[in-house]
Design a protein around this ligand. Structure first.
Ligand code: HEC
Ligand code: HEC
Length: 506
């Protein structure tokens, strides 16, 4: 290691500028990018650069939240950066989950090329609008469906056509967008199908499931795509011609994980996903850092998740209960119940509940308790438990301060370990009616105030905290606790810091 710098949560894509001095970093969680200057020197410096997700589809005056920032590419002259990702709360037709986006940052100004929008009106009847049409919409929200670029995972810039190819993990497609557009993700030029042989009962492709890496030949006439859930490489002609596929390996964890691994990423079947796959909110089995709204579907009245309450009506009063996404990797070993209200007795039940929640029209319990849903839930469960890789952990003895924190945690003074059982992943999996937290803006009050004790494994890496995402850091959580959960108000400043230091080792 030559140098290391601290950056925001979940750094993923890295791009080095043409001079080799500055690196740009995308993040799985949150909208800003990180800029690291002086990477060729001894002391690189990181700073946060804001980049508004899908500005043409955000409510006027609001900056959306983002997730799934894996890829980051630049134009050959280095004057434009492109960040394919997911814009949480982007508006459009049935955009319950937001929309995939490619956000542009112009350099050196670090500004967006998108002119500010003036109206929150949905511009109807422009389903296939060209970009010229969009500019004539007088700042209205383009009336477009979320588009095929679901879970954008990898990208490459094509000089020949001045387009960007994006590997869409959710739809098993290679989507091409116009690099000259101020908001390239809004209109896909084309979407090439990579997925082969639909396994109908499981709702997944047998071949090329979850494309996640892309490279192009020097003449830019062939794209090579790696598909992470089926371990294939596809050679995809970008002009005429047919693709060819090589399977690199069978599933390294064996047959029991094959289907579940594909299902975790896939969005091709309405019975399992109405737009976003498991990996869309639990990327890599972690979490998107977002607090979803549990609302009633405007079409069927069934419970569904929407990314922001404005997805169900722009001027609507605050609505929906807060549901902060939970991390799954390394946390599902123990038996249930699952869910913030401990509402699902088994992992299979929670998966089935999800099949109904993650779509625009919802689905009743009767629609879900069928052979297909049961088959899918059974195939998912072993992969969720054994196939998701937990973050790496430093294996080292606790420092003196951390050890002090551990003693406080397990001691009677705080009572933390009465609910967060150390030998059970730091949860007793029971729901408690704790004193209500103040209602957050845009969310509604909930009658059922019993929430499940969450497991605390890897808790340092999963902010924000609580079912409503109201505590931004562990420091804030302890500071604001006021004996709501266990007892902390008697602790000195140093003891609180020690308790936090211990939590960060879990
Ligand atoms: C739209 C975002 C979204 C999608 C898509 C999604 N989840 Fe979740 N998931 C959440 C949120 C938010 C929670 C917390 C709410 C709850 O527990 O009821 C959650 C909770 C869970 C839990 C409970 C964890 C625990 O410890 O109690 C499991 C298990 C789970 N999801 C599995 C899945 C699976 C499997 C899929 C794909 C079929 C999936 N999720 C797709 C957002 C999502
Ligand atoms: C009565 C049982 C109980 C006790 C005692 C308790 N907790 Fe909790 N803990 C919970 C519940 C329930 C939640 C979820 C509350 C919510 O979301 O509103 C929670 C949430 C948390 C979270 C947030 C985790 C996340 O991923 O959102 C942390 C961190 C935490 N507790 C640490 C502690 C510490 C430290 C103590 C001791 C001072 C403690 N807890 C004592 C039940 C308890």
């Amino acid at each position: 290691v030559i140098a290391s710098v601290d950056v925001r949560r979940e750094p993923r894509g890295v791009l080095v500028d043409n001079e080799g001095q500055t690196a740009w970093v995308s993040h799985l969680v949150g909208a800003p990018l990180t800029r690291i200057d002086g990477i060729n020197g001894a002391s690189p410096q990181a700073q946060t650069v804001s980049l508004a997700p899908s500005p043409l589809r955000a409510p006027v005056g609001k900056v959306l939240d983002a997730s799934l920032g894996y890829a980051i590419v630049a134009s050959p002259d280095g004057k434009r950066l492109y960040a394919p990702r997911h814009a949480l709360g982007a508006q459009g037709v049935r955009n319950w989950y937001g929309a995939p986006t490619v956000d542009v940052l112009e350099l050196p100004s670090q500004r967006s090329p998108v002119p500010p929008r003036r109206s929150n009106i949905l511009a109807a009847g422009r389903e296939n609008a060209s970009f010229k049409d969009l500019l004539k919409m007088h700042g209205q929200i383009p009336f477009v469906e979320p588009g095929p670029m679901v879970q954008p995972r990898a990208a490459v810039y094509l000089k020949r056509t001045r387009t960007i190819l994006v590997a869409a993990e959710g739809t098993d497609q290679l989507v091409e967008v116009d690099a000259r557009s101020p908001e390239p993700g809004l209109i896909a030029r084309n979407a090439r199908d990579l997925g082969q042989n639909m396994d109908v009962p499981h709702g997944v492709h047998e071949g090329c499931a979850a494309p996640s890496g892309v490279a192009v030949s020097e003449d830019e006439l062939t794209a090579y795509v790696f598909c992470r859930a089926s371990y294939d490489v596809v050679a995809q002609p970008l002009g005429p011609g047919v693709s060819s596929t090589i399977r690199l390996a069978e599933d390294p964890q064996g047959k029991a994980f094959e289907k579940g691994r594909r299902m975790f990423y896939a969005t091709g079947d309405i019975g399992m996903s109405g737009g976003l796959g498991c990996a869309g909110c639990h990327p890599e089995g972690r979490d998107d850092g977002h607090t979803w709204h549990e609302v009633k579907s405007p079409e069927t009245g069934q419970k569904i998740f929407v990314a922001e309450q404005h997805a169900i009506g722009i001027e609507e009063k605050p609505s929906g209960f807060p549901r902060q996404t939970q991390m799954l990797a390394g946390r599902l070993g123990d038996p249930g119940p699952y869910g913030w209200h401990a509402q699902a007795p088994t992992l299979e039940d929670r998966a089935k509940e999800g099949f109904a929640l993650h779509r625009w029209d919802g689905a009743g319990p009767a629609d879900l308790d069928n052979a297909t849903s049961r088959l899918r839930a059974r195939a998912l469960a072993p992969f969720l438990r054994g196939g998701l890789v937990p973050p790496p952990r430093d294996e080292r003895p606790l420092t003196e301060v951390e050890e002090r924190g551990r003693q406080l945690f397990v001691g009677d003074g705080t009572g933390c370990a009465t609910c967060h059982l150390p030998e059970k992943g730091y949860t007793n999996r029971a729901a408690y009616p704790l004193k209500p937290l103040p209602t957050r803006p845009t969310f509604a009050d909930e009658e059922d105030l019993s929430f499940k004790t969450p497991g605390l494994a890897f808790v340092a890496g999963t902010p924000p905290y609580y079912h409503d995402g109201s505590a931004p850091t562990l420091e804030a959580l302890i500071e604001w606790n006021n004996d709501r959960m266990g007892r902390t108000s008697h602790l000195s400043k140093a003891e609180r810091a020690a308790l936090v230091a211990f939590l960060k080792t879990l």
